[in-house]
Design a protein around this ligand. Structure first.
Ligand code: BYC
Length: 472
């Protein structure tokens, strides 16, 4: 493999300097990216030094370099995981054939669409989060937000590299379009639903990083199995960065839960809003919202698109190569949740068209593990409350539950009952206003907003009161 070249304007391990055409395309795109970053990236703080981690190696040790950096100077670059010698396609009709190093002509359009859909989410999330810096609960959290933002920027670079390197003029046009769509814009919205929702406060941000970034983990892991080797290697490296984003989400919500429990015990009340905290039922409503919109990101339960992606060898299952079956799935079934009159029932469906649901199942199990860890925080405080994931049919917009109303327990209900209970289950305008009212910036070293506990440890062995962002 070529060595990582950090001295180039675009750090990379894909021998960019030997590919003049690609280099030119990326050099043309780079100023447009920086312009987008200035316009739509984190508002304020662009000239401040932030203690950031930069990827400097893609080997199995994958070490990263920490240091102060201004965000626009972050070394966005192109890094692919090391190639696996003689890698073969592991699933679908091409199982056993050598992985493709070039795009197979007949799959060009399908593959491009998958890459564009993935790429679109990355700048979208930066746009959604761009105002959060103004209301950070601490310098530690501010730094974590910016780390997530610059890495999402790099993930955009990763997809633009694939488009520019392998899809010619169409690819370059798609790369431009990725900088032109805008989260939440009526005329040119981002492609997937959850990426047009607002992320107005830090509770939403932590929920988004826990639930929506975890969709990213599962989608990237499926694309990391792709028979198109450059996509597989790109996604494998992205997954190492994704882990930190989910850490930010899980520990962020965990610290809020912890602080809520402290306030409950200190003041002997379930209602901590009088004391500037976020009640557990309110946290539950935010879980309900973010879990359900993230479930939609997996697509319909029954999807011929998903079957095609798999059969063509473009997108595999989570941990495809660890599974012990024929990796073609033509003669097997899979249990899928479906609507059976007035109730939700399981039904065996052909496994190939059920692949979205299967990935969603993997995701739900992973989410439940995180919720169990939040519940441990509550149990350790001696409080008898449990947070839960709502039923998968609750508050869905995509797939077979998109047209029905379902309670968090999974009961199909009437529109009238939904209207009467909706505010018990999902954040209301008043809830959002209350959470919004707590969002007062705390930027003094070592200080944390009242509604969130400090982290158990700092970043890279630094203390919690480290100067993670230099404001002076
Ligand atoms: N919103 O057959 P269906 C991340 C469309 S997150 C709007 O059910 P399919 C990140 C669908 O496109 C991971 N539209 O679905 C996280 C299709 O449209 P067409 C992002 C939707 O195709 C945090 C139609 O409905 N990566 O990385 O099997 C921060 C019927 O579709 C939605 C990927 O998604 C929706 N929720 O699966 C930063 C991976 N769902 O064809 C980053 C790449 C479906 O009729 N994408 N539709 O025009 C895919 O694998 C697939 O496109 C999907 C949909 C899984 C998203």
């Amino acid at each position: 493999m070529s060595a990582t070249d950090y001295l180039e304007r675009i750090p990379n391990n894909v021998s960019l300097k030997d590919n003049r055409r690609l280099l030119r395309a990326l050099e043309e795109w780079q100023p447009k990216f920086l312009e987008w970053w200035q316009d739509m990236g984190p508002h304020g703080y662009q000239a401040k030094d932030v203690y950031l981690r930069t990827a400097v190696s893609v080997d199995t040790q994958g070490w990263a370099q920490f240091g102060y950096l201004r965000m626009p100077e972050y070394r966005w670059g192109i890094f692919l995981a090391e190639p696996e010698p003689n890698r073969a396609i592991a699933f679908g009709d091409h199982t056993g054939q050598p992985a493709w190093q070039e795009v197979p002509g007949e799959y060009r359009g399908t593959l491009r669409r998958l890459i564009v859909t993935q790429g679109d989410t990355e700048p979208a999330s930066v746009e959604q989060q761009r105002h959060l810096g103004q209301t950070c609960p601490s310098l530690y959290d501010l730094r974590n937000l910016f780390q997530v933002n610059v890495e999402e920027g790099r993930h955009l670079w990763a997809m633009v590299y694939l488009l520019d390197a392998y899809f010619g003029r169409d690819g370059r046009e798609e790369s431009e379009a990725l900088l032109q769509r805008r989260s939440g814009d009526r005329d040119k919205p981002r492609i997937l639903g959850a990426f047009n929702e607002r992320t107005p406060d830090w509770l939403s941000f932590f929920m988004f990083s826990f639930f929506t970034d975890r969709d990213g983990k599962y989608q990237l892991a499926s694309l990391a199995e792709s028979g198109f080797d450059p996509l597989a290697r790109t996604c494998r490296f992205m997954l190492t960065e994704e882990a930190h984003h989910m850490f930010v989400g899980e520990t962020g919500v965990g610290r809020i839960v912890q602080r809520t429990c402290e306030l409950m015990r200190e003041h002997r009340t379930d209602d901590v809003s009088a004391h500037g905290g976020i009640d557990l039922p309110m946290i539950q409503k935010y879980i309900n919202f973010h879990f359900s919109v993230s479930l939609d990101l997996f697509g319909s339960e029954i999807s011929t698109n998903a079957a095609n992606f798999y059969t063509l060898g473009l997108k595999g299952r989570f941990e495809e190569t660890k599974k012990d079956d024929d990796h073609r799935l033509k003669d097997v079934t899979y249990p899928v949740a479906d609507l059976d009159g007035e109730r939700v029932a399981m039904r065996e469906q052909p496994a190939l068209v059920s692949l979205n649901e299967r990935l969603r199942d993997d995701y739900v199990v992973d989410c439940a593990r995180g919720v169990a860890r939040w519940n441990q925080v509550i149990a350790r405080a001696g409080i008898d409350v449990e947070l839960t994931l709502p039923h998968r049919a609750f508050h869905r917009a995509i797939g077979c539950f998109g047209d029905v109303r379902v309670s968090p327990e999974g009961r199909v209900i009437s529109q009238a009952e939904w209207d009467a209970r909706r505010d018990d289950w999902l954040p209301t305008k008043a809830d959002e206003a209350y959470v919004g009212s707590l969002m007062q910036p705390v930027t003094e070293r070592g200080k944390f907003a009242n509604w969130i506990a400090p982290p158990a440890r700092g970043i890279n062995g630094q203390p919690a009161d480290f100067e993670y962002v230099r404001l002076a």
